[in-house]
Design a protein around this ligand. Structure first.
Ligand SMILES: [Zn+2]
Length: 133
């Protein structure tokens, strides 16, 4: 009677079985301590797996912040609740996609800064040149 596969038992735990199948498993559980032990072990393993970093990453990726939100986070112009979430998303979850996006945004803003510095330098040199003449 103890012929269930792990997949069937996990489906039972996740309430994905039809009510007849679920009732059948429940009847077997009452008569089989071994099946109960197996089910408990599976429940424990699937709970742990569900909370592993990989799982969280896959879940959280569905709610990745947008590029403009990342930009606002970088500039510190985002509300603190969002900022906390993004911080968690980037550093605790370590979302690779968003971290890559962030690197890209950072280097874009560095480029902007150095272009600005170049213009300023050029401007100051021109003024110096004009003053001399
Ligand atoms: Zn992300």
């Amino acid at each position: 009677m103890n012929t269930y596969t792990d997949e069937e038992l996990i489906a039972y735990l996740q309430e994905q079985l039809s009510s007849e199948q679920a009732t059948e498993i429940e009847e077997n559980l009452r008569n089989s301590p071994e099946l109960t032990t197996r089910l408990a072990a599976l429940a424990d393993a699937s709970f742990r797996d569900h909370h592993s970093v990989g799982q969280i990453w896959r879940r959280e990726q569905l709610s990745c912040p947008s590029r403009s939100q990342l930009g606002a986070w970088l500039l510190g112009t985002i509300d603190s609740k969002r900022a906390k979430y993004i911080d968690f998303h980037l550093n605790t979850v370590g979302c690779r996609l968003c971290n890559a996006n962030l690197d890209d945004l950072k280097s874009a803003s560095e480029e902007q800064k150095s272009a600005h510095n170049r213009r300023q330098k050029y401007f100051q040199t021109s003024i110096g040149y004009l003053k001399k003449s």
